[in-house]
Structure formats: structure tokens, C-alpha cells
Write a protein that binds this ligand. Structure first.
Ligand code: SF4
Length: 464
């Protein structure tokens, strides 16, 4: 069989799919001068090839099939598998329609297709619901998939072949820069585990299947293969909580060193699953970027969405430790929790600036289908266009804030965080106490300027 794998380019803004927002994807369209710069940086450092597609390529080629790869071009084959998303589904179904008129059977995979199959079903011969590998195994063994096809999660992740990046990269390059913790071109996504044991009600990462992890041997063998094929690869561990199991994480780091693997990596985790000894080990093994969710400064608000808050002091001490150790930190925040108001969001923005992670990402709380949070607010959801569930667009009637206010606060969050002298100081790793005091005073002046603009536009400053 000729199997075409399609991870289609997004049509507008910076579109991320695959494992972003669990697979629903996100679309970042710049809406201010600051976000235009962030948009540029995302394009440069955050483009990543699809790991799901690389797995499917491995399964198909192992079974002896020809695998072809496309980001947009129509390629004739016997069957085409399209990576679905919410944020760009119209482009995906249009592409599928065009392929079917050429006589190619088309199927969709991914979280969007799994949770909202109806929007894809009319445009496909089959829709794979669930993690796609089981159904793909059936397809390559000769089963004719059609309609809605359940795909059981792979219980033993060690049974999966390693992703075949050579079959799905098509000109993709990553370039490491000595001054940058991240490689140009993004990096290679790799999952040592899937699913998450936590219970955050808004999170789409935990709704497809439960937590499972790979053996250390399997992870290290895959890393070794990457190192054999690419010079000093930048690896992005896409586990929702990479340090979930401390001993396992330590063992992975030990083994990276024992085998002398020359790589750099970044990972995402919860800060209560990290300590300084672990960070030291991870740094020696190649950790250069640590991403983590803070979400909100309010422990009560977090508890109401099932998220266990991490003590502030712990967050501050670890961010400071990473700064001194040379590990870039990226903190995630969610604005618009149900009991948020202007003041509480301002407090979260203040905290983000004060915490001083190297980078910060702010998103609006988005009710994703299949999550408990979706069920909770479904009657309040007014947005009918699934493509607007992109993480940056208000989609439901918030009890305390209008859509205009939410969007303004989102813009203010980026402006406050990135347009302050101490952001630059953090980025340039300036630690001198005296210099930091001077920079702190400059921050106050910049905040006053922001407040002037905010009062002009919204009649109130973004302060708490
Ligand atoms: S910790 Fe919460 S937000 Fe993070 S992946 Fe797990 S369930 Fe999702």
C-alpha cells in the first residue's frame, strides 16, 4: 500500500497540533506589538514535526508499506491519514475532500477526531478514535477501516517501534545556537510516558487514555538512535509531567550520561515534582529548558478546577535556582478561571512578572470537549466555531468579565511580562544585586507607563 501521512500546515497564524492542547491544537495570531515578536520567536523555535505521524510511519514501514509525507501537497496513494485539530479543521477536511475526489481513501486521527468525530466523518472514509497506533496496526495488516473506528490505547508503550523521523521530516532542520537554550527549528518531540495522573478539570491531556510509561531502556535506545542520526539533537520531552516519577527520571539522566549521549533537552512538568538535586542531575544530562504550569496565583481558584497548587515559596526558589544554573524557565498561565475578575487576573500577571521565569505563556481558559470543565460550562459556551477554541479567544460567557476585558487582560499580560527591563535582565542572566535594584526601579516606571495606556483604553489599570 502507498500510505500518505498528512500533517497539514496551518492556514493562519502560528498553528501547533500533534500534542499541543492534548492534540486539539492552538493558533497564535499576534494582536499587539509584543505578541508580534512572540509570534516571530514561536515560528523560529517552536515548529515541531508530528510525533504521532512519525509513529504511524514506523508502523507502516515496518509492515512493508510505502510511506509518503505531505504538509499540503496532494499525493496519490491508496490511503491518506490526516492529523486532525480543532483549530484548523476546515483546512483539514477541505484537503481530505480533495484527496477523496482523486480516489484516495482518507482517514483522520488525533484528539479532535476522537472527541468530535462528527465534524470529520462526512469528509473521510474512516475516523480513528483514540490513540491511533492500534488501528494503524490493523490497517497495515489489511483490515479495511471504515466509519468510526475505536482504537485501543497501547498498554505497553515499549511495543511501539521508534518514530521514523527520516520518513516524515521532508527538509526539516534544527540548528543549535550557542547563545540559545532552544534550537532553531524546534526539536524532536519524544514521549517517555503518556497521559497524566493529575485531575485538572480543564486539561485535554488526560482525556484520551490513562497514564503509562516506557522502560528506561526503550527511552535511552530511542535517544541513542536520535544521537546517531542527528548532531546534538534538541529533544523535547512531551510527557505532560516528565518528572512524575523521580527515580525513573534520575535513571534516565544517569543512563544518558553513562552512554555519553550528546543532546540537549527540555521538558514540561509540575514544580512540586522537582527539587534542586534532581535539577542538577537533569542539567548534567542536557536539560536546558524547564516548562511548568503556574496557571494562577490563587490557590483557591486552582483548587476549584482540580489543580493542586504548588506553594509559592517553592516556585520562587526553583525558578531562582534554574536562573543561576543556566536553565531557561517557561511558565504557563491561564486567565479567566471561573472566579477570576479584573483584580485577580491582575494579581496573576503581577505574580508572573515577580516570579521572573525567563519566558511566560498566557492563555485564556478554554473549555475543550471531553473535559469535565466542558461539561461544567457547556450552557455558557457561545462560540459555535470550533476553530476559535485556540487558547487565545474567549469562547464562553464568563461570570465576571466580558470578552473584551478578557482579551485586553491577555494582551496586558504579555505587555507587562515582556515589556519590562527585568525581563531583559533575566534573559541576559544579569544577577548583580545592585544592578537588579536599579532595574527594579526602571520596572516601576514602565508599569506606570502601562497603567497610563490601560486607563486610556479601559478606564482602569491592570493592577491588583
Ligand atoms: S498536571 Fe494538570 S494540566 Fe498538567 S497535564 Fe496533568 S492534568 Fe493536565
Amino acid at each position: 500500500m502507498r500510505i500518505v501521512l498528512a500533517d497539514l500546515d496551518g492556514t493562519d497564524g502560528f498553528v501547533s497540533k500533534d500534542t499541543v492542547a492534548g492534540g486539539f491544537g492552538s493558533r497564535f495570531i499576534p494582536f499587539s506589538r509584543v505578541t508580534r515578536v512572540i509570534y516571530y520567536m514561536k515560528r523560529r523555535y517552536h515548529e515541531m514535526p508530528s510525533m504521532q505521524m512519525a509513529y504511524l510511519a514506523a508502523i507502516a514501514s515496518t509492515a512493508g508499506h510505502e510511506v509518503l509525507w505531505t504538509r499540503d501537497e496532494f499525493i496519490d496513494g491508496d490511503v491518506a491519514i490526516v492529523l486532525s485539530s480543532l483549530v484548523d479543521f476546515r483546512h483539514e477536511i477541505a484537503w481530505a475532500d480533495a484527496m477523496r475526489t482523486r480516489g484516495v481513501r482518507v482517514g483522520f486521527i488525533g484528539l479532535a477526531a476522537s472527541k468530535i468525530p462528527d465534524i470529520f466523518a462526512e469528509h473521510a472514509d474512516f475516523v480513528i478514535m483514540g490513540e491511533p497506533e492500534s488501528a494503524m496496526r490493523r490497517l497495515v495488516q489489511g483490515e479495511k477501516l471504515s466509519g468510526l473506528c475505536e482504537s485501543e490505547p497501547i498498554e505497553n508503550l515499549n511495543t511501539l517501534p521508534f518514530p521514523r523521523w527520516d520518513l516524515v521530516l521532508d527538509g526539516y532542520r534544527q540548528r543549535s545556537l550557542s547563545f540559545s537554550a532552544r534550537a532553531v527549528g524546534g526539536g524532536f518531540p519524544l514521549q517517555t510516558s503518556r497521559g497524566c495522573r493529575e485531575f485538572c478539570t480543564y486539561c485535554p491531556h488526560r482525556i484520551l487514555a490513562g497514564y503509562r510509561s516506557r522502560s528506561i531502556q526503550s527511552v535511552i535506545n530511542e535517544l541513542e538512535q536520535l544521537c546517531d542520526r542527528f548532531r546534538r539533537p534538541q529533544v523535547k520531552f512531551r510527557d505532560p509531567v516528565f518528572t512524575e516519577d523521580r527515580d525513573r527520571c534520575l535513571a534516565i539522566c544517569d543512563e544518558i550520561q553513562a552512554r555519553g549521549l550528546d543532546l540537549r533537552f527540555e521538558c514540561e512538568t509540575r514544580l512540586d515534582r522537582v527539587d534542586t538535586d534532581l535539577l542538577d542531575k537533569m542539567y548534567k544530562a542536557g536539560l536546558r529548558v524547564l516548562s511548568f504550569g503556574v496557571e494562577s496565583v490563587s490557590a483557591e481558584s486552582l483548587s476549584r478546577v482540580g489543580r493542586r497548587p504548588v506553594p509559592e515559596a517553592h516556585q520562587r526558589s526553583l525558578v531562582e535556582y534554574c536562573r543561576r544554573r543556566g536553565i531557561l524557565t517557561a511558565a504557563f498561565y491561564i486567565l479567566g478561571l471561573l472566579d477570576d475578575d479584573w483584580t485577580s487576573i491582575s494579581a496573576t500577571i503581577d505574580f508572573a512578572c515577580d516570579l521572573g521565569s525567563t519566558l511566560a505563556q498566557f492563555k485564556l481558559l478554554t473549555p475543550y470537549p471531553g473535559t469535565p470543565f466542558w461539561k461544567q460550562v457547556e450552557p455558557l459556551v457561545y462560540e459555535k466555531d470550533w476553530q476559535k477554541f485556540d487558547g487565545f479567544t474567549p469562547t464562553f460567557k464568563h461570570p465576571n468579565l466580558t470578552a473584551t476585558e478578557l482579551k485586553f487582560l491577555l494582551g496586558a499580560a504579555y505587555t507587562h511580562f515582556y515589556m519590562r527591563p527585568s525581563y531583559l535582565a533575566n534573559y541576559l542572566k544579569i544577577h548583580n544585586t545592585h544592578v537588579r535594584q536599579v532595574i527594579g526601579k526602571m520596572d516601576d516606571k514602565v508599569i506606570a507607563l502601562h497603567a497610563h495606556y490601560e486607563i486610556q483604553h479601559m478606564s482602569r489599570p491592570v493592577t491588583c
